[in-house]
Design a protein around this ligand. Structure first.
Ligand code: PBG
Length: 304
């Protein structure tokens, strides 16, 4: 009754990795308990999420082929675009969030197009990012979540969604996204490690929290409906600052490395599973998150 902070399954979003051409499921070795799913595995997955009352998923795709531009990201028959209908057929209540980025689809693994000298070309990437957002909305995604971090992407996506007939589709922007070591396991899961260089040119320096606030306010100005802080645990201070500064819903992404770290310790018998997960999710809620994107969603839900 007097507990200040609650965590319920209704706060959680579960990320899914969907791989073209995969039959069934393929365990992700760096993320114990998580699998890549083939299209054929989505029906069962959607039903199990319904039974657990997990309300939402965030979709990442592993395409059959990659190219310089990342054309699989906006293909009308792309892997994520095809998946939305399968999930909704099996679980009509499921809220489906589409991650918008090119890194899983480009041969070089960067989040946008490259210039001839190998730099990310922010402005030429924007129309492709916007096109990806529209294709996901057409496929039935309820929320569009750009994670690419190109400058001006929220405005470009908002304009494209509006003119594409999706004026009411909300944008959840990865607003404060830090260049983090904790994305390591994700890059195996989504096969999206950059072939050269790193993402420090377009993701934020972990040392800068004022700049994070700037990014959040810019994204809201450009039309974001919700904002995200990512990763969660090493940035709970940033999450609190964002929560205090804005009135829109705030999401936190409890990322792959945060998950793998806890799961490795649990598997070694060094941490108690239920207590470690509950305390982690409680801390993220206490810092101000309305929504938590977490690979622990099903484990947590199964205990409710
Ligand atoms: C793509 C993207 C990444 C994550 C979400 N979207 C990887 C990255 O930026 O390198 C990481 C999520 C996680 O670690 O769980 N841009």
């Amino acid at each position: 009754m007097v507990r200040e902070t609650d965590v319920t399954t209704s706060h959680l979003v579960y990320p899914l990795f969907i791989e073209a051409g995969l039959h069934g499921r393929q365990p992700i070795s760096s993320m114990p308990g998580q699998d890549r799913l083939g299209i054929g595995a989505l029906k069962d997955e959607a039903k199990s999420l319904a039974a657990l009352k997990v309300p939402a998923v965030l979709l990442f795709g592993l395409p059959a082929g990659k190219d310089e531009q990342g054309s699989g990201a906006w293909a009308r028959d792309g892997i994520v675009q095809q998946s939305v209908a399968c999930l909704k057929d099996a679980n009509p209540e499921l809220l489906v969030i589409g991650d918008v980025c090119l890194c899983e689809y480009t041969s070089h693994g960067h989040c946008g197009l490259l210039t001839p000298s190998g730099e990310v070309d922010n402005d030429r990437s924007l129309p492709l990012i916007a096109e990806t957002a529209v294709s996901l909305a057409e496929a039935g995604c309820d929320i569009i979540a750009p994670s690419d971090m190109m400058d001006g992407r929220v405005a470009a996506i908002r304009a494209a969604l509006d003119s594409g007939g999706f004026a009411t589709t909300p944008i959840l922007s990865y607003a404060a996204k830090f260049a983090s070591a904790f994305y390591g396991p994700f890059r195996e899961a989504a096969d999206s490690a950059p072939a050269f260089g790193d993402r420090r040119g377009y993701q934020m320096d972990p040392a800068n929290s004022r700049m994070a606030m700037d990014e959040v306010l810019t994204d809201l100005d450009e039309g974001a409906d919700m904002v995200m802080v990512k990763p969660a645990l090493p940035y709970l201070d940033v999450l609190r600052q964002v929560r205090d500064a804005v009135d829109v819903p705030v999401a936190a992404y409890n990322v792959s490395g945060e998950y793998s770290m806890i799961m490795a310790a649990i598997q070694n018998g060094w941490l108690d599973e239920a207590r470690a997960i509950d305390e982690t999710l409680t801390s993220i809620r206490r810092a101000g998150a309305d929504i938590i994107i977490t690979y622990h969603a099903k484990q947590f839900a199964a205990r409710q």
